[in-house]
Design a protein around this ligand. Structure first.
Ligand SMILES: Cc1cc2nc3c(=O)[nH]c(=O)nc-3n(C[C@H](O)[C@H](O)[C@H](O)COP(=O)(O)O)c2cc1C
Length: 248
C-alpha cells in the first residue's frame, strides 16, 4: 500500500476512548463518541471504555514497575478492574480521553487511570525520560461549566497544558478540545441552581455544542491521519526519548 493510501484510510489503526465522566450519555461521552466516529471515518477500529464501570484505584506505590529486572513492560502490575483498559489504551494508536472538570481538575477516576497508565512508563533512572516502547497520539476532551472567556482567570489553561506535557510520555502528539457552559441537568427547574442563566445555557446547547461535536469528530479523524502518516514515514516508534518534566 502506498503512503497516501495508508494515510487516507488509517488502516490497522485502533482508537480507544476513555470516558472519565460518571454519565454515559452526557456531554463528555457524546463528544468522545463523535471523536470515535471521526477516527472510524478514517478506517480505525474503535472502542469506548467507561471508567465508572470499572473497579479500581489509583497507583498504590507498589513500585513493581520500577523493580530491577521487572517484566511489567510498561503495564501496571496491579491486577484489578483497570487492567484490560490499560492494555487497550497502551496498545492503541489514538487515545481519546474525556473528563468533566470537577473542582478545577479532571475527575478522580480519570486521575487514577492516568497514574496507572503513565507511571509504569517513566524512568526513575533518568529524570523525565519516557520508557514507553510505542507511540500513541492523544486527544483530551474537557467539559465544564466555566465559560471560555474565564479559562485563564481560573488557570484552566495551565491545567490543560499540564496534561499535554504529561501525555508526552506516550510519545505521540496531543490535542486538547474544551467544551464550555455545558448543559448539566435534564431539568433546570427541578434543581437549586439559580446562578445559571438557563436560557443562555439552552442556547449554548443548541448552537455551540453541535460545533464542539464537529470539532471532536475532526480531532478523531485528524489524529488517526497523523498516526497513519508517522507510521508510514517514521522508522521504529519510540526512537526519541522526550522529556516531560513530571515533577517527581
Ligand atoms: C462534582 C462536580 C464538580 C464540578 N466542578 C466544576 C468546576 O470546578 N469547574 C467547572 O467549570 N465545572 C464544574 N462542574 C461541571 C461539570 O464539569 C460539567 O457539567 C461537565 O460538562 C459534566 O460532564 P458530563 O455532562 O459529561 O457529566 C462540576 C460538576 C460536578 C458534578
Amino acid at each position: 500500500m502506498s503512503i497516501s493510501e495508508t494515510i487516507a484510510n488509517g488502516k490497522n489503526m485502533t482508537a480507544v476512548a476513555v470516558n472519565g465522566s460518571p454519565r454515559k450519555d452526557w456531554n463528555t461521552a457524546t463528544l468522545l463518541r463523535h471523536a470515535l466516529e471521526g477516527a472510524k471515518s478514517k478506517g480505525a477500529r474503535t472502542k469506548l471504555i467507561h471508567l465508572y464501570d470499572l473497579d479500581y484505584k489509583g497507583c498504590r506505590s507498589c513500585f513493581s514497575c520500577k523493580r530491577k529486572g521487572n517484566t511489567c513492560g510498561g503495564l501496571c502490575a496491579v491486577h484489578d478492574g483497570l487492567r484490560d483498559a490499560l492494555q487497550e489504551a497502551l496498545g492503541s494508536d489514538v487515545l481519546l480521553l474525556g473528563s468533566p472538570i470537577y473542582f478545577d481538575d479532571v475527575t478522580g477516576e480519570m486521575r487514577s487511570f492516568l497514574e496507572r497508565l503513565l507511571f509504569p512508563n517513566i524512568s526513575y533512572d533518568e529524570f523525565g525520560v519516557s520508557t514507553f516502547s510505542r507511540r500513541v497520539s492523544c486527544g483530551f476532551i474537557f467539559t465544564m461549566n466555566c465559560p471560555e472567556d474565564n479559562m485563564e482567570l481560573v488557570h484552566y489553561d495551565v491545567l490543560f497544558e499540564r496534561h499535554v506535557r504529561v501525555l508526552e510520555i506516550l510519545k505521540g502528539e496531543t490535542e486538547i478540545l474544551t467544551s464550555h457552559e455545558t448543559w448539566q441537568f435534564a431539568d433546570y427547574s427541578a434543581v437549586n441552581a439559580a446562578m445559571f442563566d438557563v436560557a443562555a445555557k439552552a442556547r449554548r446547547r443548541e448552537e455551540q455544542f453541535p460545533v464542539d461535536c464537529r470539532k471532536a469528530f475532526e480531532m478523531g479523524s485528524r489524529l488517526v491521519e497523523g498516526r497513519a502518516l508517522s507510521r508510514s514515514t517514521a522508522g521504529s516508534p519510540g526512537r526519541s526519548a522526550p522529556r516531560h518534566r513530571p515533577g517527581g
